[in-house]
Design a protein around this ligand. Structure first.
Ligand code: IP8
Length: 264
């Protein structure tokens, strides 16, 4: 299989914040659909849950210790429905912008064990890429043999696919310029950390912490940890601001853009 590029579309950029029922940020997704066409390599797009995933997951007790399995399992239809709406909506926009793309949802194929991936068959993903289509997959709820059900985050999918498949680059799009040296909500002077290496990794993780109360999947600290492991395999890794026009396109073209690069 040829090398491909993994792009995470952060849920906070592709969905509207605090809107009930959840809604896709259509102008942003149209812009992103145009930018991804700068890629010369096949693409796997991984969607975060945003308003579609996290609110529903929170409602059924995901991310809260000791939630009984019966309660977690009762949340499956609602979370699945939301993530199908999100991924289907993104697929519609990408296709209408000329990106030949197919949604491959994790729920029917992935199983978890205590929150970690137990089984994730990749054949359909590789066949879809080899057919010349862009793969769209997303954070999802999955059956978990220990807990009943768990949330599989888009970031965990990114790490798994980068490790298992022939990946050249991983670009993680968020709503901030990269990893910052302080919480921008508390400190307006927070500065971007241009590179994370062995040398500053632990210190950065301490400052980054979890991202918000409704983010049920671990936030920035876990993201950095997993991405660091990927970069150790020689894969190009950047965390960037997906809300700023041109940054994704620049990364895909190999330009210098404002972002945090993770260099093992
Ligand atoms: O936003 C979470 O994915 P993430 C997906 O990448 C759900 O953490 C269903 C909450």
């Amino acid at each position: 299989m040829n090398e491909f590029v993994l792009v995470k579309l952060g849920g906070s950029v592709i969905t509207k914040k605090d809107v009930i029922p959840p809604a896709i940020n259509i102008p942003e997704v149209i812009r992103i659909a145009k930018e991804i066409q700068a890629s010369t390599k096949p693409l796997v797009i991984v969607l975060g849950g945003g308003a579609y995933g996290h609110q529903a997951a929170h409602k059924y007790g995901f991310g809260i210790a000791d939630t009984p399995a019966s309660r977690l399992l009762s949340g499956i239809p609602s979370i699945r429905h939301n993530m199908s709406l999100l991924s289907g909506g993104i697929e519609t926009i990408l296709q209408s912008e000329g990106v030949s793309s197919v949604v491959i949802p994790p729920f029917p194929i992935v199983t978890l064990i205590d929150g970690e991936i137990e089984r994730f068959p990749l054949e359909v993903i590789t066949k879809t890429l080899n057919s010349g289509h862009t793969v769209i997959t997303h954070g999802d709820v999955c059956y978990d043999s220990t807990r009943g059900a768990s949330i599989l985050s888009g970031d965990t999918i990114v790490a798994y696919l980068a490790n298992q498949l022939n990946t050249s680059s991983v670009f993680v799009g968020t709503n901030v310029d990269g990893v910052l040296d302080a919480n921008p909500n508390e400190n307006p002077n927070a500065q971007i950390i241009p590179t994370i290496s062995e040398h500053n990794k632990e210190q950065v993780i301490r400052v980054a912490g979890p991202s918000s109360s409704t983010d049920v999947t671990g936030g920035m600290a876990k993201k950095i940890h997993d991405l660091f492991l990927i970069s150790q395999k020689g894969i190009e890794v950047a965390i960037f601001n997906l809300s700023v026009p041109g940054r994704l396109e620049g990364l895909l073209k190999g330009d210098q853009v404002i972002c945090t690069r993770i260099l093992a």
